[in-house]
Design a protein around this ligand. Structure first.
Ligand SMILES: *Cc1c(COP(=O)(O)O)cnc(C)c1O
Length: 429
């Protein structure tokens, strides 16, 4: 697989290089040179396959020239070794597609675990890496669990002290072994700045084999394509004719993967790009002007992003396919309406959380008579227990993944947002 840098089309790299670099020169995103495609016959064949076999076929379309199907199958099997996504019917023509049955209870497990397996399998026997990443919550947990106990890979996760929920902290700061967590006396931006500074330090980068694991890594997007096919395989012939999928968006990785699935030949009629009040993209689609505002805090905090870093990939995909951006549906939802949507879903017998509820709100508002709609369930409601309990005045049970961690001691270190302190730490530990 060849990929080019969106900021400099002359920089072309292999999948192996792209996965290790994360970003190209000038922080440019990598994008596939060839966009593969399934014929209608191939499509009907793969829809009959089991999740792992089908995912191997899909990813093989992109990276089959670099990684054999056999090796890919093995890695996918290990990466997706948890309960498959579930389709839960809400109304006659709306279902939730739940992607949160992995070890850290959010869809990020798919991307993070596939990336980890690929990095591990592409690594030479005696080579060692340090994965350094900053998190505002869900990504850190997914990355930590994905690399947990992998030999010669050390993972260092920075997060803003006191700014993630205790539950989130317990999920990844209690693992130990090769997972080192550091709380930073500062904001999420301070954490990201420290990571950026570390990557700019060439000497440090080489001496500890620094590698990124952030959400722009192409391997994460590729992995996420697979569950859109799974969703399609679970719905009836008539529902397949007019399928609309509503995606809760933050950095727009999930939506990029969905659009790649469509580009591969999966006949999804339409997507709805759903945001909270951090609505740079909805405003852009309306006015054609890109005007990010200051990020505001909402109850769907994984979507509190005003400069979504995957957006250039979406524009490129539309351009390459001659698609019209006017066909992308969109909308933004306030906290107040999100709360009402959670209550509405609860009345329908379904307990949800803020991110999925935003997608449900826009889907049920925009769905036409002959259409069938899926909204993506991106996280388990217990991850947002406090918020959901306040809205529903109802108790949310903790699933085992969290229950087994809440009594374990937090193993995090704590430092000030100072690069030299971090550097010393990276070199000594
Ligand atoms: C990360 C996240 C999102 C946003 O996904 P993107 O791929 O960044 O658009 C939505 N919901 C939850 C629960 C998340 O953790």
């Amino acid at each position: 697989m060849k990929l080019y840098n969106l900021k400099n089309h002359n920089e072309q790299v292999s999948f192996e290089t792209a996965i290790k670099l994360g970003l190209g020169q000038q922080q440019g995103l990598f994008f596939p040179v060839k966009i593969p495609n399934f014929t209608p016959f191939e499509l009907s064949e793969i829809l009959k396959m089991d999740f792992t076999t089908r995912s191997t076929e899909i990813l093989s379309k992109f990276i089959g020239d670099e990684i054999s199907k056999k090796k890919l199958y093995k890695n996918i099997k290990k990466a997706f070794s948890f309960q498959k996504p579930l389709k839960v019917d809400i109304t006659k023509n709306i279902s939730c597609f739940e992607l949160f049955h992995g070890p850290t209870l959010a869809f990020k497990d798919f991307g993070a675990r596939f990336m980890a397996q690929m990095i591990f399998s592409l690594k030479k026997e005696n080579e060692s890496f340090t994965i350094l990443t900053a998190t505002s919550g869900d990504t850190g947990a997914a990355v930590a669990h994905a690399f947990y106990k992998m030999k010669n890979i050390r993972v260092i996760i920075l997060y803003p002290k006191g700014k993630i929920s205790l539950l989130q902290e317990q999920l990844f700061c209690t693992l130990g072994k090769n997972i080192i967590t550091i709380s930073i006396n500062g904001s999420f931006d301070d954490c990201q700045d420290l990571v950026k500074t570390a990557f700019d330090d060439k000497k440090l980068k080489e001496s500890i084999g620094l590698n990124s694991a952030n959400s722009i890594n192409i391997s994460r997007l590729l992995a996420q394509i697979c569950y859109y096919f799974e969703a399609f395989s679970l719905i009836s012939e008539s529902q397949r004719k007019n399928l609309v999928i509503a995606v809760p968006c933050g950095n727009f990785g999930n939506l990029t993967a969905g659009l790649l699935a469509k580009s591969l030949g999966l006949p999804i009629k339409s997507f709805i790009a759903c945001t909270n009040e951090n609505d740079t993209v909805p405003r852009f689609l309306k006015s054609k002007q890109w005007k990010p505002k200051k990020t505001i805090s909402t109850i769907s905090n994984a979507m509190d992003i005003s400069q979504p870093n995957n957006w250039p990939r979406i524009e490129e995909l539309f351009r390459r396919n001659n698609w019209n951006l006017n066909n992308l549906r969109f909308g933004s939802v306030s906290d107040q309406s999100t709360k009402e949507a959670i209550k509405e879903l609860f009345k329908l017998g379904y307990t949800s959380e803020p991110h999925a509820a935003i997608a449900y709100r826009l889907l049920s508002n925009q769905l036409k008579k002959d259409e069938y709609g899926l909204f993506l369930g991106t996280a388990h409601p217990s991850k947002f227990k406090d918020t959901v309990e306040k809205i529903l005045k109802n108790n949310i049970a903790l699933p085992n993944e969290i229950k087994c961690r809440v009594n374990l001691p937090l193993l995090s270190h704590n430092i000030n947002p100072d690069f030299n302190t971090l550097k010393k730490f990276l070199l000594e530990k």
